[in-house]
Design a protein around this ligand. Structure first.
Ligand SMILES: [Fe+2]
Length: 188
């Protein structure tokens, strides 16, 4: 297999994700369950922890390409998240809207913001799903939902595609309150 550095064209470079204070180990566990390898970049920026680089292809641990990063949420966003959480606890209207969104993210993921990892086979997707369901689901309970779309499903997106949609709020590239979908996709 060619390494990503051998590809000379433009590409989608990286995704930046965050975890909550105290959940670095949980974030690592999630990335490992997805079948990725993790390296520590040693880079801290303005954060309290170093950035972790997550490699979808464990055999090609390039820290700048084909990678997503995980680091701890910054105080500015934490303040916004805390305010929104309070609002959701105080205002039933807002709580209902938020719950509607979460239900849509769990059940109709096409059209909900996400990023996707490509797997080499449907078996690889099923294996990752099993790791997630075994190691993380009991721990995270309602914070994690995993749905697999198989070609024979009535609402599948394509005839030959197996897609796993993992909805969780351990690592997000947006709002913790709205959670993050991660797609696991392959062509069997
Ligand atoms: Fe997608």
């Amino acid at each position: 297999m060619k390494s990503i550095m051998e590809y000379q064209g433009k590409l989608l470079n990286h995704v930046e994700t965050l975890y909550r204070p105290g959940e670095r180990e949980l974030a690592i566990e999630l990335a490992l369950a997805l079948g990725c390898a993790i390296t520590d970049t040693g880079f801290k920026g303005d954060g309290v922890d170093t950035f972790l680089a997550v490699h979808p292809n464990p055999e090609d641990q390039n820290s700048q390409n084909n990678v997503f990063y995980m680091s701890q949420i910054r105080p500015e966003q934490l303040a916004v998240e805390a305010r929104l959480k309070r609002l959701s606890e105080e205002e039933s209207d807002f709580a209902r809207l938020l719950e509607n969104y979460r239900v849509a993210a769990r059940t109709k993921p096409f059209g909900v913001p996400h990023f996707a990892l490509r797997y080499l086979s449907g078996r690889d997707v099923e294996d990752a799903a099993e790791r997630i369901n075994t190691s993380l689901k009991p721990k995270l309970k309602d914070r994690l939902h995993l749905r697999i779309f198989r070609p024979e499903d009535a609402d599948a997106a394509g005839e030959n595609v197996i897609q796993g949609f993992l909805y969780q709020d351990v690592i997000v590239s947006g709002s913790f309150l709205m959670g993050q979908l991660i797609e696991m996709q392959t062509r069997p």
